[in-house]
Design a protein around this ligand. Sequence first.
Ligand code: DON
Length: 568
Amino acid sequence: MRIALRLSVVIVLLLLSCKHEGKAKKIEEPQRGLVAESAMVVSARVEASQIGIAILKKGGNAFDAMMATEMALAVTYPYAGNLGGGGFLVYRLTDGTKGALDYREKAPLASNRDMFLDENGNVIKGKSTVGSLAVGVPGTIAGIFKAQERFGVLDVKTILQPVIDLANKGYVVTGQQANRFKNYDSIFRVVNKKEIYFNKNIKKGDRINNSPLAETLSRIAENGRDEFYKGETANKLVEFLQSHGSIITLEDLSKYEAKWRDPITFQYDNLTITSMSPPSSGGICLNQIMTMVEPFDLGDFGHNSLKSIQVMVEAEKRAYADRSFYLGDPDFVEIPSETLLSEVYLENRMKDFSFNRSTPADSISHGEIMGYESEETTHYSIVDQFGNAIAVTTTLNGGYGSKLYADKLGFFLNNEMDDFSSKPGEPNYYGLIGAEANSIAPEKRMLSSMTPTIVEKDGEFYMSLGTPGGSTIITSVFQTILNVHEFGLTMQEAVNAPRFHNQWLPDEIRMEPNGFAEKLINQLESLGYKINQTRSPVIGKVDGILILEDGRLEGGADRRGDDTAVGF
Ligand code: DON
């Protein structure tokens, strides 16, 4: 059954990829990503994956490799890799212990709920997305230090030295990167009031370095995490930010702490899925969606078939409607997680689902719970030779965050304030609607969709995965898990497969262009679904690691980007 299913999925994928060539290709063997014996790093840049592996080869573990990989991404992938942003870690230790770390940015002490509204109460366009007011207090350095201090085995200088060398020696710019520098050149000039180092003159194949960042990292290697939050780097950062009108102070930086959180863990068939808890919506939404689809026989319906897409999209709609109303920073709002995740509640949410027609978004609101008061991120997965596995998603929010570049320190600042709901009911950059639970307040963390996820099968580690993609993160992770578990794809095929997404509002299914047959799209349209193939040319950029039956590791590095798996 599985083999027949696999074959039909491969045929569909091949036919779609041959669509423009007008000829059929012969059916090939399952397409595997890199296979390694004992350890692997999959990230958005080859240098970052290589440095992570080099740290493992020095005897470090996944948490040491996390620090090195994350900082190597800050050097080579300034689009999303960062010191000026934040993120989430989900881990599973070799003894099966699971946990999560929240190093999400926070709203500055001087922020307030209406800070992005004009005198008439309307959202001022751009204020939460570009420039200094968009910046949340960064959490990345606090996060990588907290994880490494608790679980790592190497000293920080050993871990950071190869990254500092990389920043000094430089790296070769890829075609995708050169295009981005060109496309963002004019906004960089407007925000920074001058040309910055990353500009339109950088060409594919150029080698570029970042000595200010090398110096910042050297100070951090020498003085530890407090260098960023209380030391010379903190002073320079606040001086820079305030010269651009920011409300972030030294007090904001010195008060910042990353936080251990209990992750969200749930069952789906014989899988145990562990993902990020609030202030990310990822774990709760993934749990809701997977519980809503579990009663349906998706494997029989077929990969990306009409019926599978209907069930998956309708579950997504309902979960995103709940997200918009109930979810926010758990340190500030009460989240009725138990009810939101209960089988009775979720079964009830799907009661009005029918295969005969789309449920219109305006007929779906958040579920009633009695007594309740009311493009760019980056992901990497690491499995070490000791059996520890981590999934980490980190971000500046938009590409290059607020576009504000601290040139003397060598990094961009996030625009994470836009992940708050500036005004109830008003969509943010990702079209997500929010409510009171995600309003701005001093020191509050903005709601995220980041979904770093660890999957166990029959109690053993099975998969580590995650992705960028704003609101599409949750649905991309969801689809990738199902691609492996229900539809029998390899890790690489699961990552390659065309993706679709529904987030309740707007009332449409976003689909990657050229990924779905016209007949299928017509069928969906005739059932009342609106299809949008233009909003997201690419949905997600998933990086994952899967355990094969013989115990080896398979990497899935998304070809939508420059992502690369390295292993041994
Ligand atoms: O935390 C979030 O949900 C967003 N700031 C993530 C942004 C993102 O994934 C951008 N990538 N395309």
